[in-house]
Design a binder for this molecule. Sequence first.
Ligand code: CA
Length: 231
Amino acid sequence: MSRERILVIEDEADLREVLTYNLTREGFKVSAAADGATGLELAREKKPDLILLDLMLPDVDGLEVCRRVRQDPTLGTTPVIMVTAKNEETDVVLGLGLGADDYISKPFSVKELIARVKAVLRRQTHVVDDDTRQALRRGPLKIDPARHVVELDGDDVRLTATEFNLLHFLAARPGRVYERDTLLRRVLGEDAIRVDRNIDVHIRSIRKKLGSHRDLIETVRGVGYKFSESA
Ligand code: CA
């Protein structure tokens, strides 16, 4: 059995211990840091399969940690789950924009947290449909699910795991319109977070990375999104 590695970055000692204890008991290999700078160091050293990131941290805060993880070529696609307090909704939207994959609000049950961790890890390794595993070409875009790589005019585009799955799902079905709820369910999984703007934030981020080809993903007003048929 391969033990997936989880990095917990949390300054509250009690919570850090509870998380470490329970995740270890679930079979994960856990490292823990009490502040952002140590967390980043450990991330680079341990190359975790997932980072559980508290937003309110002394020194380097969670959003900055998330930004630096995404900018680090060796960590760029590592899934990040943000741990937030109830009043940090704005930070959640910012964090999802920075490429965090999911969030969980304090207080949460350990059971809920572990379900979330497993769902994000599953999403990371699972491509949405088995019938679309071969590389797709759509105009300037090449999406290779086997290598988890996207190229635009021959240049690598760096997407988070969630962005990759979303783009791949839409591009595999050009012209078909999907509602936001359907995309949440199909791409993020049944237990995906239910923040209205969640899909919109991911789409905005993908479009930004597509630059002048941003219109490959079309907004269907009042309904949702589709991948352009003309690509
Ligand atoms: Ca904290």
